[in-house]
Design a protein around this ligand. Structure first.
Ligand code: PDD
Length: 284
């Protein structure tokens, strides 16, 4: 059974109900996190919870909860294993629609899980590479907040699908920012390049881990501005997210990247990533 968490209660998904006046529903006045659990254990959970605090602070939503216990219980109630846990906090409902809000609203807290791939079984040969398009970044200038206002992201990924691609990479003022739900990496002559952390992109937890692993294993990287030519002329392109890990991009706007296959540095990073996950999960 699919058990979800809603405002202090664990219950079947079909029984979970929120008010039609909830500000998350009416205005997207809410934030979220997506956290992977492997074999029932949260992966980089503290980093996700720190980013959640950043988002909540930005919206001035005050809420003290024991997130770790709440999420662990949800994972346990859903049988543990490999799950992606979605957590959303809205500003709550005042029982009417009004742009302005009072400071004493009770936030709505919702969490649910979905199964994700088993990292212990997958090798680099099992990873499906993706095709991407490039399109305009029409989002606001606070993309560092993990807000549920995802309409621009949804429209561009739909545009990608309409063009037989899997992901949309976005560009603002001639600079690449990130994907619709992932960060972006461009590899040229053995160096990893990725857009700088700023309010124009989400500070991805997976992005941070890739840079940490590169650092630990002597792979050079730089956080820089990237333009379209750098992308198309790259040896390799990768995207990253908590649910997808690190994934190779084999074409952009129908033009092959490198030799059009999974690149050698991607394979190295994938191995480092998998080894890191295993070490964290098994303590070995
Ligand atoms: N998205 N950039 C955007 C716009 C994202 O939505 C995400 C994640 C990322 C990658 O961040 P992380 O490595 O912390 O998952 C970058 C999640 C998975 C989602 O919306 O489902």
């Amino acid at each position: 059974m699919n058990i979800v968490y809603l405002n202090g209660v664990y219950l079947p998904a079909e029984d979970a109900k929120i008010s039609v006046f909830d500000r998350g529903f009416l205005f997207g006045d809410s934030v979220y996190e997506v956290m992977p659990y492997y074999q029932g254990v949260g992966f980089r959970l503290q980093e996700h919870l720190e980013r959640l605090q950043h988002s909540l602070r930005a919206l001035q939503i005050q809420l003290e909860l024991d997130w770790e216990t709440l999420l662990d219980e949800l994972v346990w109630q859903n049988g543990g294993g490999n799950l992606s846990v979605y957590l959303q906090i809205t500003r709550g409902s005042a029982g009417k629609r009004s742009h302005s809000y009072a400071d004493d609203l009770q936030p709505t807290v919702f969490a649910c899980c979905t199964p994700i791939r088993d990292i212990y079984k997958d090798g680099p040969e099992d990873i499906e590479p993706i095709r991407a398009i490039v399109t305009a970044d029409l989002r606001w200038h606070r993309c560092d907040i993990k807000s549920t206002c995802l309409l621009p992201n949804i429209l561009v990924v739909h545009q990608a699908q309409a063009q037989q691609a899997d992901e949309a990479l976005m560009m603002r003022d001639g600079k690449l920012t990130e994907g619709s739900s992932c960060n972006l990496f461009v590899i040229q002559r053995g160096v990893i390049y990725t857009p700088k952390r700023s309010s124009e992109i989400l500070g991805g937890i997976t992005r941070e881990l890739i840079l940490q692993l590169a650092d630990e294993h002597g792979i050079p990287y730089q956080e820089v501005d990237l333009d379209y030519d750098a992308l198309i002329g790259a040896d390799e392109v990768w995207i990253s997210s908590s649910t997808r890990g690190v994934v190779p991009v084999i074409s952009v706007d129908d033009q092959p990247i490198g030799d059009g296959g999974k690149g050698p540095l991607w394979k190295d990073m994938f191995e480092l990533f998998t080894r890191y996950q295993q070490k964290l999960m098994t303590g070995m």
